[in-house]
Write a protein that binds this ligand. Structure first.
Ligand SMILES: Cc1ncc(COP(=O)(O)O)c(C=O)c1O
Length: 445
């Protein structure tokens, strides 16, 4: 028997009060109390208990952070143990052993038979900032290529890579110059209207051709330091590119001495059923940016990168909190827990995918169900024929689901992601699918 979600009133009295005070005290972020009025009291695995006693299934994992679930006992224990010893010692000036151990583990897990090093940071955006500095420093090249619909963070330089929504750019221009965007090989929705599921090679060729014929017409390739990509686009809609894409991209990059910078902030750390998502694609990138899930909820991020682009002089780059010992202690546990969970993620991920595919068959408004492992999404459309996006219906489904105790998050313009903690059981997926279908019907009216 699994615990089921249970919602009496949402938001309840206490939640309402806290949300009101939140908006008086805090700057606007992306909080949306109309859709997600959830004020947590505590969490346990996939469960979230709010301040009024409502119980939810967390299919958002704190936006891709809680891969090992809420309050995993091994992570909690590691954090306590470390906090009793020391909580900070500034890794930029001093030394502690667990930072070295985690760096070696992450480097060993990264594909590629070449020496690697690690830079620790605190957030995904910072990891991408560090990657850009490494690439510039290590290659002497100053330009970058990134993809439309990409999300790499919101800090000023990284914003030049992000091309997810205009609201992220509005009034923040100028960002860093020298970034060119190209279409991501989205099999369902691409500028060439190719069915990338039926004709993956055609889609791959068009993107490669776009770089050669359009970008390199005005951008000298020998000035491009790296092509920055998400192995599956996250905020852009959980878009899975054709299997052969990154191999072709690597061939092109190698022929011009361009590096591949792999942003695994959302897709890494077991989310897709492999430790790094790029392992599905048989390619060794030159940098891997990590963040979100690695610290088990404690801020930790960074870059695993080829050693020959490393910062080699003091002061080139450092961060007071980067590699905080409490976060590292959590990270060491997370790595081991996730490694143990990988076969489970593949199994339940396939199961979740098959359940969503059934719903795609059944409902005209589900245009595409896609994903790898426990990184799954559905795209909500007006009809399968026209593929016209239906963000209004998407938002209504999310709202209905939350009312029934299933926390879902949107992504892209009109998609819903399903990213529960990797510990989720099949029976819990069944409950979630039951609620999701009920919510879909309710939203359809
Ligand atoms: C792929 C990717 N990169 C970078 C970031 C930015 O991470 P952070 O919010 O920790 O700065 C995100 C956040 O959603 C992300 O999904």
């Amino acid at each position: 028997m699994v615990v089921r979600p249970n919602v009496k009133e949402l938001p309840g009295k206490k939640a309402k009060e806290i949300i009101e005070k939140n908006f008086e005290a805090l700057a606007v972020t992306t909080q949306d109390p109309e859709t997600l009025p959830i004020v947590i009291d505590h969490g346990d695995g996939i469960l979230v208990y709010d301040v009024d006693g409502n119980v939810f299934y967390d299919f958002g994992s704190g936006v891709g952070v809680l891969n090992v679930g809420h309050a995993h006992p091994r992570v909690v224990e590691a954090v306590k143990r470390q906090a009793e010893k020391f909580t900070h010692f500034a890794l930029n000036d001093f030394f502690y052993e667990n930072a070295v151990i985690l760096a070696n583990k992450l480097a060993e897990l990264a594909p590629g038979d070449f020496p690697k090093k690690v830079v620790y940071q605190n957030s995904g955006a910072e990891a991408n900032e560090a990657m850009m500095k490494l690439v510039k420093y290590g290659t002497g090249r100053k330009r970058f290529i990134a993809f439309y619909h990409a999300f790499h963070g919101r800090t000023q330089a990284v914003l030049s890579l992000t091309a997810s929504k205009w609201v992220q750019q509005d009034r923040f221009f100028p960002t860093m110059p020298g970034v060119e965007h190209i279409p991501y090989p989205n099999p369902y929705r691409n500028p060439w209207h190719i069915d990338g599921y039926a004709e993956p090679d055609e889609l791959i060729n068009r993107v490669i051709e776009f770089i050669e014929e359009y970008v390199f017409r005005h951008v000298p390739p020998e000035e491009v330091g790296a092509i920055v990509f998400e192995p599956i686009q996250g905020e852009g809609g959980y878009v899975v590119p054709p299997k052969g894409f990154f191999r072709e991209l690597k061939k092109l990059a190698d022929s011009y001495g361009i590096l591949l910078a792999d942003d695994e902030v959302q897709m890494g750390v077991g989310r897709t059923g492999k430790f790094w998502a790029i392992e599905h694609f048989d390619v060794a990138p030159d940098t891997i940016q990590f963040g979100k899930a690695i610290g088990g909820g404690i801020p930790l991020a960074g870059v695993v990168h080829r050693a020959d682009i490393a910062f080699d002089k003091p002061g080139r780059h450092a961060s007071t909190f980067g590699g905080n010992p409490v976060a590292i202690a959590a990270g060491l546990e997370v790595v081991e827990i996730v490694k143990e969970l990988l076969p489970h993620v593949q199994e339940v991920g396939d199961y979740l995918h098959a359940r969503l595919k059934e719903l795609e068959e059944k409902y005209e408004v589900i245009g595409d169900a896609r994903g790898l492992g426990l990184a799954q999404a559905v795209e909500i459309v007006k009809s399968k024929d026209t593929k016209e996006k239906n963000p209004k219906l998407r938002d209504a489904i999310v709202k209905e689901a939350v009312k029934r105790g299933l926390i879902l998050l949107g992504c892209g313009d009109n998609s819903i992601r399903f990213i529960p903690p990797l510990t989720i059981k099949k029976e819990e997926i069944d409950v979630a699918m039951e609620i999701f279908e009920e919510s879909l019907r309710a939203a359809l009216g």
